[in-house]
Structures are given as C-alpha cells and as structure tokens.
Design a protein around this ligand. Sequence first.
Ligand code: NIG
Ligand code: FE
Length: 405
Amino acid sequence: MSVKIFRNFSEIATLAGAHHKDGRRLNHEDLGLIKNASIVFDQERILWVGEDKHLPDDILEKEYPEINMTGKTCLPEIVDSHTHLVFGGDRAKEYSMRLNGATYEEIANAGGGILNSMLGTQALSRSELLKLANARAKTIKAYGIGTIEVKSGYGLTFEKEYELAHIIHDLKNILRPDIQIINTFMAAHAVPKTFASSYEYMKEVVLPLLDKLGEEKILDCVDIFHEKNYFSDEDVVSLFERAKRHNLNVKIHADEFNDNNGAVLATNFNALSADHLLATGPLGIEALAKSQTVATLLPGTGLFLGKPQANARAMLDSGVKVAIASDFNPGSCHCDNLILLASLSAPIYKMSQSELWCAITLNAAHALGLHSQGAIVVDLKPRFSIFNTDSIDRITYNWGKNLAN
Ligand code: NIG
Ligand code: FE
C-alpha cells in the first residue's frame, strides 16, 4: 500500500463532528476546521489527520512521499448526488417559453418536457451519448466534484433505457477511480404517449427491464418520478418492491409540484433519499426526521423554474439529514455546477456554513449509500476536494469562480 502525505494545507474542514452526528443538527464546530493541516493516507483509507506540527515521529521517520499543500484548502470530496446527465439535444426554447410566461406543466402537456428530451436522446447513438456524458462528467470534476450520480431516463423504451444503463456503466469504468459514478436506473421518468397509462408502461418496460439489469448487476440505485401525470403510489410500490428483490437501493423524486406524500412513502421504504421536496409539508418532514432517508434539495430546479424553494430550515431544525444536489438536466435545471448552486442557495435556505458543506459532502455521500466517505476522519476513504485558496470561506464567497485544484 503506497502511503502519501498531503502537508500543510492552509485550511481543512474535516466534517468530523458532522460525521459523528450523522449529518444532523450541526453547529459550527462540526465543520472541524484545522489550519496548517496535514493528511496521511493510502489508496484505501485515511491514516492520520491533524495539525502539521503534530505529525507523529513514527510516520515522519518512514519518509513517505509528501506533497506540499500550502495555500490550498481541503474538504471531504464534494458529491453531486442527483444528475440526469445522459441526454441528447437541449430545451433552450422551452426555457425562453417559461421566461415568457408558460409553466413547466403547460410545456410538458404540449409535447415538450421530458418527452422532448426523449426524442433528442433517441436520435443519438450509444457512442455519441457516451461521448457527451463523458465530457459533461469531466466538466463537473473540474469544479472539484469527485462523485457523480447519473440517472437514466430519457430513453423511455426498453431498448434505449437498456442502452442508457450500459452507457452509465461504461462511464463508471472509464472514469474510475478519479471520478466515482453511481448508476441510477430511472426508466420511470415519464410515460411515453404510446402507453395508455403509467401502469402499462411499468408492466411492459420498467419492471422487466429492471429484472434484466438487476441480473446483470450493473445498477446501484433505482429512482422514480412520483408526481401527478407521471407515476402513482402503486407504481412506486411495485418498483421499490422489485428493486429490493435485486438488493438495489431506492430513491424518489418526491413532492416537486404537489405534496403527494412522497417523502412519507420514501421513508416507508427506507429510501436512500427523497429529492426535490419543494411542496413537502409537516408530516413529510416529521417522517424524514425520524428516518435515515436523506432529504436532497435541488435549489437549481426551484431557481430555473421560478418556484418557491423547499422549506430547508424546517427540515434542518427537525433533525432531517439534508443534502444539496444539482439536478443537472436539459429541462428543469441546465446548470452542472453544484458549488455555484450551493453558494447561491445557502442564503435562500438560511443554511449555516456547517449545514451547507455537510449537504454537499457527507449527507450527499449518504444519499448514495456511500457511508465510508464524506469526512476527513481516520479509516474513511481518502476522497478529497482540493481548492486553490486558503480558506473554505473563499470558496462559497466567490460565486461561480472555479477555485478547484
Ligand atoms: O428532476 N422531475 C423529474 N425529472 C427532472 C426533470 C427533467 C426534465 O425536465 O427533463 C427533475 O427535475
Ligand atoms: Fe431529477
């Protein structure tokens, strides 16, 4: 095992306290800020962390390779736990239509929306889609984001959704270990017009395809758009039961347009996360607080669609584990920069600094079932995000400026 030492970061945020408290009810101390800090690690795990002047002699004696990090800042790896980055075409016209007064729902009902991106995606070959997805993942990595969840869901036929799941699998193999990709199956994203109901589409496409991909063991998670005109409670239950048979984690797009009890449904199935939650009321918040399900907020979507944002403060004050992700997709949030979105939304959500950083590191990792990363703590994985600036303050202060190493 080759051991290395990162020496003398100007500042690190270990998130040790947040890790200890499972990402809930955080104070400023839970950021675990250390000035002039060093980290000793091998490929598998963190071996030591602390002030450089306290580096133990028995480590220094071994003369491991050292990298000087003076002037830089280190955090647990930043994780984008919700993206839809495999798609063809764009929806710039729809964005302008919305600026001119149309709603997302009106555009979708008129043939735009997810079904429009389905056509753009179906028009591209497997290799064209892989090339696009690869370039998008590398752009995200260049912001300092090392783990990216990628959902399928713009194919919407058995064959194309099968292909998309394999594109994400290929992406995972091409990009590891620098970028860690999580493969989420989301054929239940919209119902194509050729099916009479969501039930028919689930029965003919989604469930049999989940069985096939489940047997191939290339998936990490399963997701569904639980919303009026998309997928019902019954669809969610049938999908989640089938996912459990294949030992797959489940996630849900919940309460985006209406409070449909999506958050409660998520907790009933011990989902890794319930995402969006713009309309979630007190019952959903209470259920989340009592559960391990992470509430993943997607501020870019609220901003892009001009909708009121999720009630983050009520969630945080009730002890919910809150993550923030980009929701990068062609229709409801065409922004791939999670650090920008998190910086922009912290004042909207009235989130403190510890809540904000935990939301894009530890809690975002937990939203993907990655419990062995998310803090700079001995024995956790050595996955870090490093920035060319001397304090974490400067990262969120510089809106939209890329300070990644
Ligand atoms: O997370 N809500 C469902 N899926 C995406 C929207 C995708 C689209 O509009 O293309 C979302 O917002
Ligand atoms: Fe989404």
